[in-house]
Design a protein around this ligand. Structure first.
Ligand code: GDP
Ligand code: MG
Length: 163
């Protein structure tokens, strides 16, 4: 059975880019504008010797009149609940935001396995955010760049630890 992996994080951290990078098909919509309605998508990917089913979460839907926070929480909790392990993405270039800390608290409360991924780590601009993210309490982050395909071996190793 494939390892089921949920991609979690606030809008714009690069969840869909990571999904597309691993699944290798452009079936998750990447958009610069936070708040664009995007469906949750699932796809199968091979990462080294691992077969994984990825769940890309939109994080929010602009059409829904409910509170933003509530919608993000509901979708995140559903995906985390189904998954064997969650990839918790932060944007290393932007540094930690209150929303990141919100997601971290929520993930911690589920008690389920989390791999912290510091995305957008290509170049030096991500260094401060990478080190800042240790404070989230999920251990050493995987330094990653979904756009450039960097960090795949480290991601593989981190996921393997949860088999
Ligand atoms: P999502 O809202 O979390 O799904 O984020 P997206 O995958 O839609 O990406 C949001 C923006 O971040 C897009 O403009 C992406 O091109 C950009 N992005 C994603 N991954 C990286 C990365 O590794 N490095 C940089 N510099 N930009 C990235
Ligand atoms: Mg997305």
């Amino acid at each position: 059975r494939p390892l089921k992996v949920a991609i979690i994080g606030r809008p714009n951290v690069g969840k869909s880019t990571l999904f597309n990078r691993l699944v290798g098909r452009k079936i998750a919509l990447v958009d610069d504008r936070p708040g664009v309605t995007r469906d949750r998508r699932e796809g199968t990917a091979e990462l080294g010797d691992l077969l994984i089913t990825l769940i890309d979460t939109a994080g929010l839907e602009e059409a829904d009149p409910g509170s933003l926070e509530g919608r993000m929480r509901a979708q995140t909790e559903r995906a985390v609940d189904e998954a064997d392990v969650s990839l918790f993405l932060i944007d290393a270039r932007a540094g930690l935001t209150p929303t990141d800390r919100h997601f971290a608290d929520m993930l911690r409360k589920t008690g389920k396995p989390v791999v912290l991924v510091a995305n957008k780590c290509e170049g030096a601009a991500g260094d401060p955010g990478f080190y800042e993210s240790f404070a989230l309490g999920f251990g050493e982050p995987v330094a990653f760049s979904a756009e450039h395909g960097l960090g795949l071996a480290d991601l593989h190793e981190a996921l393997r630890a949860h088999l």
